[in-house]
Design a protein around this ligand. Structure first.
Ligand SMILES: Cc1cc2nc3c(=O)[nH]c(=O)nc-3n(C[C@H](O)[C@H](O)[C@H](O)COP(=O)(O)OP(=O)(O)OC[C@H]3O[C@@H](n4cnc5c(N)ncnc54)[C@H](O)[C@@H]3O)c2cc1C
Length: 430
């Protein structure tokens, strides 16, 4: 690890320049393998373990350099394509992800297919060397700033439902055929969207991992999602947005550095990293630090965070020994759900009555912080409102438990004929 950080330091001495544009800096970082170091070496990475990748991104932040692009391209699309894509597809899709040139979204969930994802009904029909796609996706995080989408669509309705699905690298720039509409959350933000696909096109060579093999490819994506969102995940992320739509690429990289994210974005990983410090400061200021029950809750939270960290180290040690801990990603995600719930409850408790105040705009949150004298109130209330999300996205807590029960503990599955009946003959949700 020390060698890796020394190598990064030397590289930064030669390459970091705050006057570069975001695009130019991310291109250097990505092509050198420092943007997504946990990717394999044949896919613009360095093949390092996740805790090493976290240490690299922390070091970038400590050195005052703009961290690597964030988002679902980095978290999900790039590692999935690195596993299932051809060398040509890795070049075409992974390269613009690690250099931040393109942003991605995940077009998985549908109004009638969330936990039962394999029941999805969006259809892709072959037309020469292309596929024509019709259907609706929902809860599409960052769909409004995405250049590309990880699309799973039904390509053979006559197969059982897990077998007739294909994973496509899908171009979101199709005016009139791809309609992205924002959905507002109770935090006040609109981070996700519904996406309507009407005679949209995707070429044959954008099929990742083989025709009708999309369920296996999607499970790779979901595994990266669980472990990336789980306790123990981390690393500094950039406030500059990847992709052509957000508009940050031509801006000066150095201008985003001071904004390198402190805990405040509402995301689970950020909460683990920073909530302990914030809660302690806040409790010291208002005297609640002397309340033994508050101290006990703080210790519980600290313990959960440490368990998450140890789980990550254990996963790494097993990986190095050529083994895998079955269900580790599911456990990490369940642990994260518990951490955000406990953080929500503890944060609101320490905030006291002011915790009932929330503004839906950044300006309003700043005004409330000033009026209450609590500089982190906006973070606390936003994180509390957002805490409902991590136990849902990436597969709900109940679904994680089902997976552990059925695939890890070998408990009997729910009786069903869905593995043998054509999807077209199954009853549909929604
Ligand atoms: C903030 C946020 C961001 C998201 N971003 C994306 C995104 O970018 N792309 C994307 O494709 N999706 C995204 N999602 C969607 C997410 O993956 C789904 O919400 C999730 O899979 C649950 O599906 P559902 O909402 O349809 O709930 P349902 O599947 O309808 O579930 C409703 C309830 O029933 C329970 N349940 C369902 N089936 C079972 C079962 N077999 N056993 C026990 N309990 C069960 C569930 O646990 C849940 O409590 C996002 C969701 C959130 C909240």
């Amino acid at each position: 690890m020390t060698d890796l950080i020394a190598e990064l330091d030397a590289w930064l001495d030669d390459n970091w320049d705050p006057d570069l544009t975001v695009a130019a800096w991310w291109e250097r970082l990505g092509l050198a393998g420092w943007a997504a170091p946990s990717l394999p070496t044949n896919a613009y990475g360095k093949g390092v373990a996740r805790n090493e990748a976290n240490a690299i991104s922390q070091r970038l932040a400590e050195r005052g350099a703009l961290p690597a692009p964030a988002g679902l391209g980095m978290l999900l699309a790039a590692p999935t394509i690195a596993v299932h894509g051809t060398p040509e597809q890795i070049e075409r899709y992974v390269k613009p992800i690690v250099t931040g040139a393109q942003a991605w979204c995940q077009l998985f969930s549908e109004p009638g297919a969330g936990s039962d994802l394999a029941g999805l009904g969006s259809r892709a029909v072959q037309d020469g060397e292309e596929w024509v796609v019709n259907g609706q996706k929902v809860w599409t995080s960052s769909g409004h700033i995405a250049d590309m989408g990880m699309l799973i669509a039904r390509t053979n309705p006559e197969s059982p439902k897990h077998q007739g699905i294909t994973w496509f690298a899908f171009d979101m720039h199709q005016p009139g055929h791809v309609d992205v509409r924002p959905l507002r959350e109770m935090t006040g933000r609109a981070l996700f969207n519904e996406v309507f696909l009407t005679d949209a096109h995707v070429p044959d060579d954008a099929v990742i991992g083989g025709l009708n093999n999309g369920w296996a490819v999607a499970n790779t994506t979901l595994a990266f999602e669980r472990s990336g969102l789980g306790a123990g995940a981390g690393g500094a992320t950039s406030l500059a947005n990847a992709g052509t739509i957000a508009g940050d690429l031509p801006k000066r990289a150095g201008d985003f550095v001071r904004a390198a994210r402190s805990p405040g974005g509402g995301g689970g990983g950020a909460m683990v990293a920073g909530s302990q410090r914030l809660f302690t400061e806040m409790a010291k200021q208002n005297g609640m630090i002397h309340d033994p029950t508050v101290r006990q809750s703080m210790m519980q939270l600290y313990t959960l965070g440490e368990l998450g960290r140890y789980l990550t180290l254990r996963i790494k040690a097993e990986k190095q020994a050529g083994r895998e801990i079955p269900g580790a990603g599911n456990l990490a995600k369940l642990s994260m759900s518990e951490i955000v719930r406990q953080s929500r409850d503890l944060g609101l408790r320490i905030a006291g009555p002011a915790g009932t105040l929330h503004s839906y705009t950044s300006e309003g949150r700043r005004a409330l912080d000033a009026a209450t004298g609590n500089p982190v109130l906006g973070f606390i209330t936003e994180a509390a409102l957002f805490a409902q999300a991590p136990p849902i996205y990436g597969g709900t807590d109940q679904v994680q438990r089902n997976i552990i029960g059925e695939r890890v503990l070998g408990l009997p599955k729910e009786p069903s004929n869905e593995r043998t009946t054509p999807w077209s003959d199954l009853p549909k949700n929604g």
